[in-house]
Design a protein around this ligand. Structure first.
Ligand code: SAM
Length: 297
């Protein structure tokens, strides 16, 4: 869909875009193909797309995948997508049956499910097994981080995340210790996902052009979890507390939740300086610290 076609279509249907829903549509064919190529889609793949909008990415996904589930919040766009792809919208209950009964076959055209819902609410409300799925989405800016945190956490996360979002959020997702962008979001997602690569998408590739550039990030689910499931909540608690005041020594901050003696012992055993700030500690060090503090609990 070219920019001209997109403008005409929106005008014809009298659709005024809603800023709060992050409705910046990607019209650059090269960038769309690059996103799809990054997902290395096989004919049996199941793809979750959040925020299909007018469907430029959906069209490419349907051409390659075995099954696509798209979740769109805006009823006007759901109506348009139903017409465009000759489908009916589903509600969450009908969807459950459909997802369970269908297995993608490589020689058939893709099965398309279109759900009219708030994707973040849906993910929270209905925890599902996404292990066989890949997320490929140009995410709405306002909820991109919570959606990724929600999807990435836990043993039932998708195997691959290919997400387009604000450049600044992308940099946080791909950061390493001591980078300016390294922080809570980095650690919560990288606990389960290894960053693979990312590329920038200029603001001019979207209609309307947002104020900032975007980037597509590709993250792969770790084959072996770095922490057992029962330590996940402690990891999250440590990371959030440690970064609650970025410039402060993390040992001091952690005293709000753990006794000093336990912290001193854990820091000494792991050879972490008591003066260290959270931004200097690697993911592996946070994981090790979680193990030590949990054993001391
Ligand atoms: N995929 C399209 C594209 O690349 O042109 C549209 C992407 S646009 C950045 C984000 C889309 O997400 C919009 O269609 C918007 O209506 C939808 N959206 C916003 N918030 C949503 C939510 N919470 N759940 C599902 N869709 C949402």
């Amino acid at each position: 869909m070219t920019l001209t076609e997109m403008r005409e279509l929106l005008a014809k249907r009298d659709i005024r875009l809603t800023r709060s829903l992050g409705q910046n549509f990607l019209h650059d064919g090269n960038q769309l193909r690059r996103i799809v190529d990054a997902a290395e889609i096989q004919p049996t793949d199941k793809i979750l797309e959040i925020g299909p909008g007018l469907g430029p990415l959906t069209e490419l996904l349907l051409a390659k995948a075995g099954e696509v589930l798209a979740i769109e919040m805006d009823a006007r766009l759901v109506d348009f997508l139903c017409e465009r792809f000759g489908t009916e919208e589903r509600n969450a209950e009908l969807l459950t049956g459909a997802l369970e009964s269908e297995t993608a076959k490589p020689d058939e055209s893709a099965t398309f499910h279109l759900l009219h819902d708030d994707a973040l609410a849906f993910l929270k409300r209905e925890p599902r097994d996404w292990r066989d799925w890949k997320l490929v989405a140009n995410l709405p800016y306002s909820v991109a981080s919570p959606i990724l945190v929600e999807l990435a956490a836990g043993v039932r996360a998708p195997k691959l995340l290919v997400a387009t979002l604000q450049l600044e959020v992308a940099q946080r997702l791909m950061a390493q210790a001591d980078d300016d962008d390294y922080g809570i979001l980095t650690l919560l997602v990288q606990l389960d996902f290894a960053p693979r690569e990312w590329f920038k998408i200029p603001a001019a590739c979207f209609f309307p052009s947002p104020d900032v550039d975007s980037a597509c990030v590709i993250l792969e689910r770790r084959a072996t979890p770095l922490l057992p499931e029962n330590l996940r909540a402690s990891f999250v608690k440590i990371v959030k507390r440690a970064f609650s005041q970025r410039r402060k020594m993390m040992l001091k901050l952690l005293k709000a939740d753990w006794p000093k003696e336990k912290l001193d012992a854990a820091f000494a055993e792991l050879n972490i300086s008591p003066m260290e700030r959270a931004e200097k500690l690697s993911l592996e060090q946070f994981v090790a610290l979680t193990g030590k503090l949990f054993n001391h609990e």
